[in-house]
Design a protein around this ligand. Structure first.
Ligand SMILES: [Zn+2]
Length: 425
């Protein structure tokens, strides 16, 4: 048996989230596996044992010790839905929205997603890498160790490929786990909106020109489509995702965010890994997800920031037996937060979830929403030593001190990603 090279000691609680290596659903989300007096032994970046501290210290006297200083150790948080590659912020829109200016008018004044598309196309790769690097380092400073990152502000073959290569570069350069998703179907770009034939030409370009290169070069693990009335229809979404599946990509959908269109049922039908947003999901949609292996990924920060005054029916999804994940939806238009613990606060206060449900939704089930549940999201033997340490005594404080940064350290495969060697500010 190999010896531990690293021992995490003196944690008030170790929240293991240990259990089945798959998405937890319904009542399985009630227990996050809290242990007191436990230490975590790590060998070569993998958890070797979680056991009484005295015993592990005795067994592994030569291991380097990380003193958790009475804090709470959790699995590194998994943010399974972000749009972290973008250029400029869009702070003007928040105030315009608040004063009642409709989205179409904001778009006419040069805002909205098309503003982010124009802006991204005008920037060089190095600039995009540097902007995103600072944001990802901030995410790690809040305890996030795995981040899904989508393309979708390029919307040309060259710019979408560029975005995915920027993600690949960041994945090589940063200690975080980054999972790339191709979202060429984020929106129909301005230059393809004049006629139905032009729209069709964009979809053909996605399927015939972009997808083959992305699949050939292994640039994305997932394909995602913004399936919403006024964006991509159900039929268009089905065509794009079926082509992506045939090309070997796993699937995600932006589904039923503002209007129910049957997108959740489509996600279940296509065997999508996750269906995301779901604030307007229908009863049949809830039933379809509950009967499927598709994770329902909820993004309460978005609805809060947009001032919608409503949220996805998280309890109804859980009661029906669905698996839910929580993510930030970090993006410049509708959810500019890098703070995943804040999303747990919204999970409790807005979605009426328990703390255990929120923690599992941002660890095990976030990992499941990225196809990583076999090796990420738990502090258990055989799992990657992805950890987050918080300056709290009880895990219930994690959503409680809302907006605060209590994370003292985070690790991926036992290697620190926060504090990191770049200033976090
Ligand atoms: Zn999104």
């Amino acid at each position: 048996m190999s010896a531990a090279d690293l021992l995490f000691v003196n944690a008030a609680q170790v929240v293991t989230c240990a259990g089945a290596a798959r998405a937890r659903r319904g009542s399985e989300m009630r227990d996050a596996g809290i242990r007191r007096g436990a230490a975590v032994a790590v060998h070569a970046g993998v958890v070797l044992a979680v056991d009484a501290q005295e015993g592990l210290e005795h067994r592994y006297p030569d291991a380097a010790r990380v003193d958790c200083a009475g804090g709470v150790l959790t699995p590194g948080l998994v943010d399974s839905h972000t749009h972290a590659i973008f250029g400029r912020a869009r702070y003007e829109e928040q105030e315009l929205r608040a004063t009642g200016v409709p989205y179409m008018e904001i778009a006419r004044r040069g805002g909205g997603i098309h503003a982010s598309v124009r802006d991204l196309r005008s920037r060089g790769d190095d600039e995009l890498v540097e902007l995103a690097r600072r944001r990802l380092v901030r995410m790690a400073s809040y305890g996030t160790t795995t981040v899904e990152v989508k393309s979708g502000y390029g919307l040309t073959v060259a710019d979408e490929l560029r975005m995915l290569r920027v993600i690949a570069r960041l994945e090589r350069e940063l200690p975080l786990r980054l999972i790339p998703t191709w979202l060429g179907a984020h929106e129909i770009p301005v230059e393809f909106r004049a006629t139905p034939a032009a729209r069709e030409a964009y979809i053909a370009m996605l399927i015939d020109d972009m997808l083959p290169i992305i699949a050939r070069d292994g640039l994305a693990r997932f394909a995602d489509v913004f399936c919403e009335p006024g964006v991509f229809t159900l039929d268009e979404t089905r065509r794009i995702l079926m082509a992506a599946r045939a090309a070997g990509l796993a699937l995600k959908l932006h589904a039923d965010e503002l209007e129910s269109s049957g997108a959740a049922q489509l996600a279940a039908e296509l065997g999508a890994t996750s269906a995301d947003h779901l604030a307007a999901i229908s009863e049949p949609g809830i039933r379809a997800l509950a009967l499927s292996d598709t994770v329902a990924t909820l993004l309460p920060g978005t609805m809060l920031f947009l001032g919608k005054g409503r949220q996805a029916p998280a309890r109804a999804l859980l009661d029906a037996g669905a698996a839910i994940a929580l993510a930030s939806d970090f993006n410049p238009g509708t959810s500019p937060t890098v703070n995943l613990p804040l999303i747990l606060t919204l999970g409790v206060s807005e979605l009426h979830l328990s703390v255990a449900e929120c923690v599992l939704a941002a660890t095990v089930n976030g990992a499941a929403a990225l196809g990583l549940a076999q090796r990420v999201g738990q502090i258990a033997p055989g799992f990657a030593a992805d950890l987050a340490l918080f300056d709290i005594e009880d895990v219930r404080e994690l959503p409680y001190w809302y907006g605060d940064r209590r994370c003292m350290g985070s690790w991926v495969s036992g290697k620190p990603c926060h504090p990191y060697d770049l200033p976090v500010s």
